[in-house]
Design a protein around this ligand. Structure first.
Ligand code: ASP
Length: 436
């Protein structure tokens, strides 16, 4: 048993997620055919807990990531506005491409899940009208009905902190202990780190949050298995098959975004798209394999500088500022995911709601740190803004490990694009090392 557990832990996360997806589908399929037992609702417990923890981590992660980016990046005064304009344009184009592709391909339309009926948990079972009448009559006669017992499921979830401050605010001791355990374990790794400057404090805060996030992500396979089993038991295989369409829609949209970048490079930079693609292939492959644009940053810089031959300042601004603020692949992904889930549920997002998706996706992409799965954490912001059930993010968990790699490559390509445009139409004259 111990050996099996060790073997499981040694497997890469995506392999564990795939195995969980398979096991969850088989269990769900069997339950769908033999009849769904009552206990099936409990299979959602891990995914609900993980989602609650991710929602708890989203605001502090966004806060610290943005503060860290602002404190650490040096942008020459004259360039700030131009850079801001370029970043915003690319992000808006990405989200529009995402919305366009999701509206045309309609990846979630086939599943027809419709709005979920209220969950059949013990807590939400409607009282039978006859019993209600008897209880009312007894109450007028002075009888006090006992408080309905809380479902174990709901009671457990209630203890998982909604936000970092909520357990303290609500005097919830179990919540406080959960927080203390998560952050205590994460901080142990940094206990010997010397903290001398404000930047050190921010770095330790960020590293601790990332450690907590990585700890939560280790449980994703359990969440995926449970949520897939519940959905398949309830609705059959259709929602799972829709995930194939979702992957396709995201990839088509990411490819269109890459075409946009290359076209911009063609017309606004001396470097040709071919030179850029060949020169930066190491960075793109590294982005795909690590799913982290921050981890890829040094390689991006090196490729831009040494293989493409951009000026020092354009390469460093593109790579450094870009990897902090420029996450177009993530923005596009958030938009497609929101529309996908709305389509799954048969909800029509009005134009106004889609504008809200655009605005929140911009914020979510800026706040998404350049680390694996950060986009999944900030997705809750977009879903909440348009009133979509964040529970469906759990369904997206099962394919996120792959789509994360694809969008990270596009995030890095966005940084490369900014660097090439900043470098202008004239190649650096090696004899005069001139600033941009
Ligand atoms: N993994 C992405 C990146 O590093 C962020 C995301 O999850 O969308 O750029």
């Amino acid at each position: 048993m111990n050996a099996l557990l060790m073997h499981w832990k040694r497997m890469p996360l995506y392999v564990r997620i795939l195995i969980a997806l398979l096991i969850g589908s088989v269990i769900g399929y069997i339950l769908n055919n033999v009849g769904k037992p009552d206990w099936v609702v409990y299979l959602e417990l891990p995914s609900k807990t993980i989602l609650r923890m991710l929602s708890m981590l989203a605001p502090p992660l966004v806060l610290v990531a943005v503060i860290q980016a602002l404190v650490k990046t040096e942008i020459p005064a004259g360039l700030a506005r131009r850079l801001g304009g370029l970043l915003l344009l690319n992000t808006v184009v990405a989200i529009l491409i995402g919305l366009f592709v999701a509206n045309v391909l309609r990846p979630g339309a086939g599943a027809n899940l419709e709005k979920p009926a209220p969950k059949a948990t013990l807590a939400s079972k409607e009282a039978d009208p006859d019993k209600k009448l008897i209880l009312e009559t007894m109450e007028t006669a002075g009888y006090k009905a006992p408080e309905p017992k809380k479902d174990v499921f709901a009671a457990f979830i209630d203890n998982v902190p909604k936000s970092i401050g909520s357990p303290l605010n609500e005097n919830n001791v179990i919540g406080v202990i959960i927080l203390a355990l998560m952050f205590g374990v994460a901080l142990r790794k940094h206990k010997d780190t010397a903290v001398k400057t404000v930047v050190d404090v921010i770095d330790v805060a960020f590293a601790t949050l990332v450690s907590v996030l990585m700890g939560v992500l280790q449980w994703v396979p359990l969440g995926v298995g449970g949520v897939v089993a519940t959905i398949v038991a309830d609705k059959g295989l259709a929602p799972l098959l829709s995930l194939g369409w979702f992957i396709l829609a995201v990839i088509v949209a990411l490819i269109l975004q890459a075409v946009w970048y290359l076209t911009r490079i063609q017309f606004s930079s001396w470097a040709s798209p071919k030179l850029v693609l060949i020169g930066c292939r190491d960075a793109l492959v590294m982005a795909f394999s690590t799913a982290s644009s921050t981890a890829t940053m040094p390689v991006t810089y090196q490729c831009l500088r040494e293989k493409v031959g951009l000026r020092e300042r354009s390469a460093s601004l593109g790579a450094l500022v870009g990897s902090n603020f420029n996450n177009d692949g993530t923005a596009l992904y958030e938009a497609v995911a929101a529309l996908f889930v709305a389509q799954l549920l048969g909800i029509k997002l009005t134009l106004m709601a889609q504008v809200v998706v655009v605005l929140t996706s911009i914020v979510a992409s800026v706040g998404a740190a350049g680390i694996p799965e950060a986009g999944l954490v900030t997705m809750a912001l977009v879903f909440n803004a348009v009133g979509l059930d964040t529970g469906f993010i759990a369904l997206i968990f099962s394919v996120d490990w792959f789509l994360d790699r694809c969008r990270t490559a596009i995030n890095v390509m966005g940084d490369i694009n900014i660097a090439c445009i900043l470098d202008g139409r004239k190649r650096e004259n090696k004899s005069e090392e001139q600033p941009v």
